[in-house]
Design a protein around this ligand. Structure first.
Ligand code: GLU
Length: 420
């Protein structure tokens, strides 16, 4: 289990703390600052669901639409017992900044349902998903708000959302969600996109430092979609993966792990814990092992004021959303860790979601090679633009990414004006 996580600030507070620094540096107009900090719309729904045992349960669901300044809202839906409105509110704002960093024509949103996923049957999950969709139906749509997978949701969840929406509007509307199965209008390369984007930004960092992949030791925390794909792709491209952990535990081998064998093991056992190719280690301890690149791809606040001074990596690639707290930001910065912030590092997912939405609307699908080439062009350009902001304003990468994003959203708002 992850050891006591020092939450320090909620995700919304963390977002606000970083936003404030960036807004001050940009000399943002105070009115605009207030507007950009506040979500456009917050939807709370209470979802009645008949459970397998015949009992009626009611779950809380949320969809927060932070900004429509640059286009329809975009962002995932997460399920989990810890889901709260405040968390979703913070993540929705982060989606606005993420879409702006990679310069795709979307605003930001996030959704969630508070439910105890491991104790739900597939049928119960389907009924929760469909009723949640029905409750937020008036607020989503290809031109309004386009959900996607996030923690504890996947391609199947998106298929249910797409089907429920389509039944209501009386025609199949694939572009209402992204991250769908390929046979239902999903995009090639979407499943790998977040992990691939993490690798692409890491590649750029390595170029800056004149480092070779072969001698770069990587630790990955989290082995869900993002962590497992990042580990696989980075291994295939020549990086040396020396440690991997998921919520149950992990495995560490300074000489390098056999990633194909580990992937097979994790597939069978639903965890990397117990894999024999290295020594076992906890999900918390793995963060503090000696390595060159640390890639947290599990959950929020895992790097905080309690452990930031023990992080040995030189490069931090934030595969998860908000894995580092603001107090830890400062500690890492003071210690010279090169941080590739979440809104840049993990933006490959939403970038290929954008490609999926474009393909669905065109009804014409691209090859995986085209998807990956276009993803690469966007990730490299975003990395360079964040670095340029960092140099121009003499700020760390996280604040630079926020500044780039806020600048773009503020410019769109100025052009649009305030409707009264
Ligand atoms: N949930 C992912 C994220 O946090 C993907 C969002 C999307 O594709 O819309 O970036």
């Amino acid at each position: 289990m992850i050891e006591a996580i020092d939450k320090e600030l909620s995700i919304f507070e963390s977002m606000g703390a970083r936003f404030d620094i960036a807004a001050r540096k940009l000399n943002l107009d105070p009115g605009l600052e207030k507007y950009l900090r506040t979500p456009n719309r917050e939807i709370i729904v209470h979802i009645p669901v008949t459970m397998d045992n015949g009992r009626l349960e009611v779950f809380d669901g949320f969809r927060v639409q932070h900004s429509i300044a640059r286009g329809p809202c975009k962002g995932g839906v997460r399920f989990g017992s810890q889901v709260t409105l405040d968390e979703i509110r913070g993540l929705a704002a982060e989606m606005t900044w993420k879409c702006a960093v990679v310069n795709i024509p979307f605003g930001g949103a996030k959704g969630g349902v508070a439910c105890d996923v491991p104790n739900l049957s597939p049928g119960e999950l389907e009924r929760i998903t469909r009723r949640y969709t029905a409750e937020i139906l008036d607020y989503i749509g290809p031109e309004r708000d386009v959900p996607a997978p996030d923690m504890n949701t996947n391609e199947q969840t998106m298929a249910w959302i797409m089907d429920t929406y389509s039944m209501h509007v009386r025609h199949t509307t694939t572009a209402v969600v992204t991250g769908k199965p390929i046979d239902l209008g999903g995009s090639k390369g979407r499943r790998e996109a977040t992990g691939r984007g993490c690798m692409m930004t890491c590649d750029e960092a390595l170029k800056r430092f004149g480092r070779e992949k072969q001698s770069t030791r990587v630790i990955v925390q989290g082995f869900g979609n993002v962590g497992s794909q990042a580990a696989r792709l980075m291994h295939e491209s020549g990086y040396k993966i020396i440690g991997v952990a998921d919520i149950a535990g992990g495995v560490f081998n300074p000489h390098g792990l056999d990633i194909p064998a580990l992937l097979e093991y994790a597939n069978k056992n639903h965890s990397v814990q117990g894999f024999s190719g290295g020594e076992s280690i906890t999900n918390g301890d793995i963060l503090e092992q000696d390595c060159d690149v640390l890639l947290p791809a599990a959950t929020e606040s895992v790097i905080n004021s309690k452990n930031a001074d023990r992080i040995k990596a030189r490069i931090l690639v934030e595969g998860a959303n908000s894995p580092t707290t603001p107090p830890a930001d400062q500690i890492l910065f003071d210690r010279g860790v090169f941080v590739i912030p979440d809104i840049l590092a993990n933006a490959g997912g939403v970038t290929v979601s954008y490609f999926e939405w474009v393909q669905d609307r065109e009804g014409y699908f691209w090859t995986e090679q085209v998807v990956n080439e276009r993803l690469h062009a966007i990730m490299v350009s975003a990395f360079e633009q964040v670095a340029a902001y960092g140099e121009k304003y003499n700020v760390n990468n996280r604040i630079a990414a926020y500044m780039l994003a806020i600048d773009r959203v503020a410019f769109s708002l100025k052009l649009r004006g305030i409707y009264a």
